[in-house]
Design a protein around this ligand. Sequence first.
Ligand SMILES: NC(=O)c1ccc[n+]([C@@H]2O[C@H](COP(=O)([O-])OP(=O)(O)OC[C@H]3O[C@@H](n4cnc5c(N)ncnc54)[C@H](O)[C@@H]3O)[C@@H](O)[C@H]2O)c1
Length: 310
Amino acid sequence: MKVLITGGAGYLGSVMTGELLKSGHEVIVLDNFMYNQNSLMAECINEKLTIIRGDARDEKLLKSNIEKVDAIFPLACLTGAPLCNKFSQEAKSVIVDAVELILKLRNKNQMIIYPTTNSGYGLGEKGKFCTEETPLRPISLYGKLKVEAEESLLQSGNAITLRLATAFGISPRMRLDLLVNDFTYRAVNDRFLVLFEAGFKRNYIHVRDVAQAFMHSLSNFNSMKNQAYNVGLSDANLSKWELCEEIKKLVPDFYFEEAKIGEDPDKRDYIVSNEKLEKTGFKQKFPLQMGLKELVKGYQIIKRNQYANI
Ligand SMILES: NC(=O)c1ccc[n+]([C@@H]2O[C@H](COP(=O)([O-])OP(=O)(O)OC[C@H]3O[C@@H](n4cnc5c(N)ncnc54)[C@H](O)[C@@H]3O)[C@@H](O)[C@H]2O)c1
């Protein structure tokens, strides 16, 4: 198939593009490369990849590329609550308006697979798993915009929305602001971490499993369409404290403590059931410990050291 990925040079998109190409699909990446990322360089040799440097809100550009594809993955985003709060107008136009534009330009036979955040569940009920039936109560602007975009897509039809857990693992466009990636980086480099809201639980998923979930949805589109699916590791509904204990298994001299030094803007505290997706035959392949090992190894390579001699 031929797939257009807006934001395809991002953390998730860079891995997804590689996996789609490996499976023989053709990919058009439309990205503004706002982080100066070179994450797709290794894929450029592949004749099935087209790269377009541009804005996902550029109607003319979008139209000419949508016409060429079977499926669209709208990943372009100002990702995360802090970035959206800082650039709120831009966030609305990239997250909501760009999706509306895609819906206006595509024909109804073209499939859309969209990543929502499961921070849309906001403050969950203690001990109760969030399913796709659980009402969405996003707290941050980021969460609210993502939920708004998801609603438009599901109303329009011929779309699948994947409510992703917090992703972790290594991507050629690395993100150190994601919880698991961040904590592991601190464990490896600082050996200590002060946690706030240490008992708050969330669900996690490896970046490669996210790519597989998109491909699984593409392959099973007709039986899965017009619905939302949670995508996470069913055995990884962990509090921040429990996550640190998992990291400590690999970094034994990691020391962590709790103090009231902050608050999550999304107030994420929920546990999630991924049964609906699993019942469609999807199997996660990358457990948390495997991703943590990968990160510990990768952090021997990357360091935030541009203003230091070592
Ligand atoms: N990473 C996660 O844990 C997670 C969880 C849930 C949902 N998501 C969703 O998945 C998507 C991708 O997330 P990510 O982690 O890869 O984020 P990311 O920030 O790494 O990727 C976003 C990409 O969009 C591009 N972009 C931004 N504005 C653009 C514009 N106007 N035109 C074209 N390109 C633009 C950026 O250059 C970047 O490559 C987002 O929609 C995000 O909401 C991610």
